[in-house]
Design a protein around this ligand. Structure first.
Ligand code: SF4
Length: 217
């Protein structure tokens, strides 16, 4: 699925979500890659049980033509927030992501757009990537995961090493120069002490923290 919605804990084609509940505004999720530079211990990619018709695994990565075709099927009046998300890390396809964001911004300038990311794009691509999102995003949601570099690396099992935690925080701070809403996230299952420590990290770095409910299956 390239364009999907979340309904009762399941991922379904966006057009089906609208058919099931035409009165509601549905968030429109955009799935552009299976690739990720992390292997998080809690990742839904390995933990969530998904029947074939609800899977987010892409047989092949969409092209911009595929995205345009998919958008042509969507009733804009049924769309709430647009979220680049999926089961991979969208910034692994950085150039494509920027092109897709530009396309969506151009056709629907009045819709809010969010990117859910692990925040490692600048380290991954060895350049400042935050500026690339200027005027293209309303919100960026970055996974903080943990209060220290060691714990972060243990949880994310990422390919970029111990420098990844600081790089993710630096990216988040840089995003504040270009994106109206910058939010760091953790899941509520990490425990009260870890949550408190993450709150301190965000306060020390002048970053907003959101604690979200963990969903394993
Ligand atoms: S960054 Fe996201 S997609 Fe990648 S392994 Fe972690 S939870 Fe999964």
């Amino acid at each position: 699925m390239i364009l999907y919605a979340a309904e009762n804990g399941k991922f379904i084609e966006f057009t089906d979500a609208v058919k099931n509940n035409p009165a509601k505004l549905h968030n429109l999720y955009i799935n552009i890659t299976n690739k990720c530079n992390c292997a998080c211990t809690f990742c839904l990619r390995s933990l969530k049980k998904m029947p074939k018709e609800h899977t987010l695994w892409l047989q092949q990565e969409p092209t911009l033509t595929d995205i345009k075709m998919a958008f042509s099927q969507i009733d804009k009046t049924k769309v709430g927030e647009i979220v680049f998300c999926g089961f991979g890390e969208p910034t692994m396809r950085l150039e494509f992501l920027i092109d897709a964001l530009k396309y969506v911004r151009e056709i629907w300038p009045d819709k809010k757009i969010r990117l859910n990311t692990n925040g490692l794009s600048s380290l991954q691509h060895k350049k400042d990537t935050a500026i690339l999102f200027k005027d293209l995003l309303d919100t960026i949601s970055i996974s903080l995961n943990a209060p220290t570099a060691e714990k972060y690396l243990a949880i994310t099992q990422n390919q970029l090493g111990i420098a990844s935690y600081k790089a993710m925080l630096d990216f988040a701070k840089e995003c504040k120069n270009h994106i109206p809403n910058v939010v760091l996230t953790i899941v509520d299952s990490i425990g009260a002490d870890e949550i408190k420590a993450c709150q301190k990290v965000c306060a020390d770095n002048n970053l907003e923290l959101r604690i979200r409910t963990y969903e394993a299956n």
